[in-house]
Design a protein around this ligand. Sequence first.
Ligand SMILES: [Zn+2]
Length: 468
Amino acid sequence: MPTRPMSRAAALILAALLALAATPVGAAEELDWDAIGEEAVELLRQYLRIDTTNPPGNEIAAAEFFAGLLAAEGVDAEVFESLPGRGNLVARLKGDGSRGGHIVLLNHMDVVPVSAEFWSVDPYAADIVNGRIFGRGITDMKADGIVQLLAMLALKRADVDLGRDVVFMATAAEETGGIEGAGYIVKNRPDLLHGVEYVLTEGGGGQRRGDREVHEIEFTQKTPLWLRLIAVGPAGHGSRAIEDSAANRLVRALDRVRTYRPPLQLVAPVAASIRATAGFEPDPYLRDAARRIDETFTQPGVLNAFSSRMGNMLRSTIAITAIEGSTKTNVISPRATAELDCRLLPGVDADLFIATLRDVIDDPGIEIETMLRFDASESRRDTSLWRAIEEAVRRRDPRGMVVPSVLAGFTDSHYFRERGIVAYGWSPVVMGPDDGPAHGVDERLSIEAVRQAPRLLYEVLELLATKR
Ligand SMILES: [Zn+2]
């Protein structure tokens, strides 16, 4: 069929149709992303100056800061305390449900303590040095809190018609286990969980790797199992040694624990993450092995390479931590205790793990008390939220990749996963090698990363939640 140049009128109509097709229903207002980027930087600096070091937390000050920002834009927020000073906040943009259940943007407001004497700047002043903002909690997770807030406010400013609720949830106490924050909410406020399909929080995120952005979405994590070993025995004076004392029995048990190593094993979520990142492996032999890790894992060369570089993701681990016995040099205490911080691979059964430890210790006189345990839980990956993140990442960087990841630590996600809600750890703040360290000295983040992030999250939400 012969072709001919399109007439000008036809071209204009086509362009208008294409623009219409690309614009989601209801995204009426234009957003000024440069201005929103600057706003993110300014609000983040104000937020960093609110000291929410946990303990004691005092998250109520941060909750009131967010409530004021939301009120100024006509969004109601509910602020509530789990204990005096332990503030939590929830705010919501309503959708009609045509796209599905609610998405919760979850961020914790508390930060870990600092050793200020090692910092080169005041950890609570939000100083800018060489294009980076310094401040305790900026990467964990105050920048995310501001970015989540602005992405939500941008939906409101653009007057986007929503097909699902978008919920902003800022919580207390994550750094000490979340009991007064996310844990309080799941236990005491079932109304806030009702209708929730997705939770997006910390645990993964974007980073530059070579010439592309790689975004890790954390979909499961190792689970903590905290145990206390308790030994009892005859008490006495230190001048007369007692072979069977509590301290001696405890030391013998701890030595057995110390020399025991849980077996190397490849669990399915970790295998998925190894396969997804195989392309970054410089060594051709290991690259090929990573792509077929289920078959190659037991080959000695492969096992050695992967266990030396990521051993903690290939086995459950045991760390001996708090040890207590007599408080007097010359008193043999009738009781001695030690705490074990065990981290189990996803899918490892806690009861079986404890039974194995009992065999390892091989002393019926040692009591094993469980201090903390979670059920292992994993979020499925075939979801519209996962696809929305992939699509938004590719729009920003056509070579960008989204890969599944497993976290060695734990976050508040487990509270939601245990209730069947899909929770992902993904931050839209793309970190460079000079950003961080979370919990460390001179914690910092580049201004540019902060400026760019609200738009990326907004695009995810627009893809996921705009009414069609
Ligand atoms: Zn955190």
